[in-house]
Design a binder for this molecule. Structure first.
Ligand code: GDP
Length: 438
């Protein structure tokens, strides 16, 4: 998601080049391209109009055009406005003054409600909290069974009463059980329908009245585009929601709907779903997504994932090396192996700064396991000295490495180039102004 948008935005700013001066005309030209890029990505047109207007006003008002680094400053403004559009601060889950905190998940059928309920329970459990799941989606065939299976796999307790009892009764019993067992959170999976209808609204309203939840999270399928935005809006207006979970952000939709959903509904996005597995739910950080969209990568999320897989110590060292630009090919191969445990590779790589440029150079749509297998083979054919001193690998060595790894010298060359590029960008970014390391 957002890859085309990222490319287009980078294209719009590239025209500034490294020129010291940006004229008002240059700015307007770039903003026209930004507007087009956002519209094509399916961002709501009103949101786009306001967005570009604000960037323009800020850029002119702050007299950035006459500053020393106007291009960079315009990009900073765009970054800040993107962050604002996405909701500014990272939102937090509300907590009940007396446990359990009740979280209701609502939304249309197929949006990812049941999956998200399990993912959320998993996330809370990892924080050493004690969630209880409640299976109140008694209409979609197999929703209860699905949640039971997920809960069992995650070793999270669940309350279910099959499909012959009404959701209100199940919810109430679940709440009592949660209190009895000292659960910190009760996560209620409610019934979805294919379309918004009276029955569904009434049922959600009734559950809301009964449970008095701290959070009512609308689960929206990011692949559904403007339909998801409209459904989120309608739900919010009719039953009142406190937050959004955007699912399927790993998909290849244009993504604009996901970007404008906050601005259109006024409801903050609290989590994003980035895959089918139980650990593929992330808290939503507007500044990180903004960086990702502008092609600056998302090292913070990558580092957090790394922490989960590698442990704190390793990660700190990794972070330092990234920051200083001293990570070498030996680090690279070690990370590669650990990274394989962290999640789908394409997704992880897309968090690396400069990813877009690497992809354009490679002219591939997906960086997949094959790419990594090849990279690994190449690095493995190097001597330890070569891995530590990638800049000293000359033509002769390249030939030998290519032979050893079953590739050709051009491929070895390409890998080295990509490695240098990524290292350079990581270093620039982490010492620059972007809020990558806090
Ligand atoms: P529900 O009807 O709203 O409960 O929907 P489900 O939870 O059953 O999800 C519908 C489908 O979407 C399932 O196949 C899920 O695996 C899939 N799904 C849910 N969230 C995500 C996500 O973040 N990424 C991807 N790729 N698939 C998802």
């Amino acid at each position: 998601m957002f890859e085309t948008l990222t490319e287009r935005l980078q294209g719009a700013f590239k025209k500034f080049g490294s020129r010291g001066i940006v004229t008002e005309e240059d700015l307007d030209q770039a903003l026209r391209e930004v507007r087009m890029a956002m519209l094509e990505a399916d961002v709501n047109f009103r949101v786009v109009r306001e967005f570009t207007q604000r960037v323009r006003e800020k850029a002119l008002g702050a007299e950035v055009l006459r500053s020393l680094t106007p291009a960079q400053q315009v990009i900073d403004i765009v970054h800040q406005e993107l962050v604002d559009m996405l909701g500014g601060e990272a939102p937090k889950l509300a907590t009940a003054s007396r446990p359990p905190t009740v979280i209701m998940l609502v939304g249309l059928q197929g949006s990812g409600k049941t999956t998200s309920a399990a993912k959320l329970a998993n996330l809370l459990k990892k924080q050493r909290l004690r969630p209880l799941l409640a299976a109140c989606d008694i209409y979609r065939p197999a929703a209860v069974d699905q949640l039971v299976t997920l809960a069992r796999a995650l070793d999270v307790p669940i309350h279910e009463e099959g499909t012959s009892v009404g959701p209100a009764v199940i919810a109430q019993n679940a709440l009592e059980k949660a209190k009895r067992m000292g659960a910190t959170h009760l996560i209620v999976d409610t019934a979805g329908r294919l379309h918004i209808d009276e029955d569904m609204m009434n049922e959600v309203a009734e559950l809301r009245r009964l449970l008095q939840p701290e959070e009512v999270l609308f689960v929206a399928d990011a692949m559904a585009g403007q339909d998801a935005v409209n459904a989120a809006k309608e739900f919010h207006e009719r039953v009142g929601t406190t937050g959004l979970i955007l699912t399927k952000m790993d998909g290849d939709a244009r993504g604009g709907a996901a970007l404008s959903i906050r601005a259109v509904t006024g409801v903050p996005v609290k989590f994003i779903g980035v895959g089918e597995k139980a650990d593929a739910l992330e808290p939503f950080y507007p500044d990180r997504l903004a960086s990702r969209i502008l092609g600056m990568g998302d090292l913070l999320t990558l580092i957090e994932k790394a922490k989960e897989t590698m442990g704190e110590e390793d990660t700190e060292a990794f972070k330092e090396k990234l920051k200083k630009g001293t990570f070498d090919l030996q680090d690279f191969i070690e990370q590669l192996r650990k990274v394989r445990k962290m999640g789908p590779l394409g997704q992880l790589v897309s968090m690396l700064p400069g990813f877009n440029r690497i992809k354009m150079q490679l002219q591939v749509d997906e960086i997949d396991d094959r790419f990594f297998a090849q990279a690994e083979a190449i690095v493995l054919s190097m001597t330890p000295w070569e891995r530590r001193h990638p800049e000293k690998i000359d033509g002769k060595r390249r030939k030998r490495i290519a032979r050893g790894s079953g590739t050709d010298p051009a491929q070895v060359n390409q890998l080295l180039k990509q490695f240098f590029e990524a290292r350079k960008i990581a270093k620039t970014l982490s010492t620059g102004k972007m809020p990558l390391f806090r």
